[in-house]
Design a protein around this ligand. Structure first.
Ligand code: NAD
Length: 261
């Protein structure tokens, strides 16, 4: 078993479910100490018990926080540094989809809600974690964008605007902080089967969502959904020292679908 994360401290937001949980499991298997952040405390407990099954000696700090609230973000960063003394890697990942609708019907409140979590939350995370990493002189950050951050998807004004914003933040901050030994990248996942995607398919057709899912992946070159653990492998690599020279880059993980849009 590889131990790329022995002695390393990794912070993950949205760690209670889906891509955050899968990434927590992968880095924990490889020796990481974890600071796991989510809005939902019960889901954090679930992730912790899964982590301890695959990595019984893992040190795990759970922090309930809303990433859209800057004070809470500052707090999860401070709590992590108080407990572990440093932050080696940060998976800046929490996000929501929002209700699907045409732009004219999307709703101003809904737009602001999605942007406040997906874009403001990522910005606050960068702001407070980068202060720590610059002082340390090392660190790697992976922001979660989406194929919806590099291509148009439709019916997702808030999601698309926020994820394009995450790509912009990644490129901007990456060129600022490379000189301090810090690399910043984004992943752009396609459809990965997590509770978020299940919810999305149910928005399209609540009674027939599994069939909708089959049709949804038909145009994908690989004709399937991605698996959360496949994203976990990518995130672990990008957070590891092996990926230090990958900076300000956006990495799709989508079976090739974004090249077909
Ligand atoms: P998910 O719904 O399974 O998990 C998201 C987690 O984030 C949940 O545990 C939720 O409680 C938490 N969360 C939501 N709002 C929060 C907030 N304000 N503060 C703190 N935590 C909050 O979803 P997922 O599929 O794992 O998505 C994770 C990230 O990946 C999101 O940014 C999403 O946009 C992105 N993404 C997912 C897919 C996909 O197909 N699953 C594709 C592209 C991008």
């Amino acid at each position: 078993m590889s131990n790329r994360f022995d002695g390393k401290v990794i912070v993950i937001t949205g760690a209670g479910s889906g891509l955050g949980q899968a990434s927590a499991l992968q880095v924990a298997k490889e020796g990481a100490k974890l600071s796991l952040v989510d809005l939902n405390p019960a889901s954090l407990e679930e992730t912790k018990s899964k982590v301890l099954k695959v990595a019984p000696n893992a040190e795990v700090l759970l922090i309930t926080a809303n990433v859209a609230d800057e004070k809470s973000v500052e707090n999860y960063v401070n709590e992590t540094v108080e407990k572990f003394g440093k932050i080696d890697g940060f998976f800046n990942n929490a996000g929501i989809e929002g209700k699907q609708n045409l732009t004219e019907d999307f709703g101003t409140d809904e737009f602001q809600k999605v942007v406040s979590v997906n874009l403001n939350g990522v910005f606050y995370g960068l702001k407070h974690v980068l202060k720590v990493m610059r002082e340390q002189g090392f660190g790697s950050i992976v922001n979660t964008a989406s194929v919806g951050g590099i291509r148009g998807v439709g019916n997702q004004s808030g999601y698309s605007a926020s994820k394009h914003g995450v790509v912009g933040l990644t490129r901007n901050s990456g060129i600022e902080y490379g000189q301090y030994g810090i690399s910043i990248k984004a992943i752009a996942p396609g459809a990965i089967m997590t509770p978020m995607v299940e919810g999305s398919l149910k928005q399209m057709d609540p009674d027939n969502w599994e069939e909708v899912g089959k049709q949804f992946v038909e145009p994908n070159p690989m004709k399937r959904f991605g698996k959360p653990e496949e994203v976990g492998y990518l995130v672990a690599f990008l957070l590891s020292d092996q990926a230090n020279f990958i900076n300000a880059a956006v990495i799709p993980i989508d079976g090739g679908q974004s090249y077909k849009y």
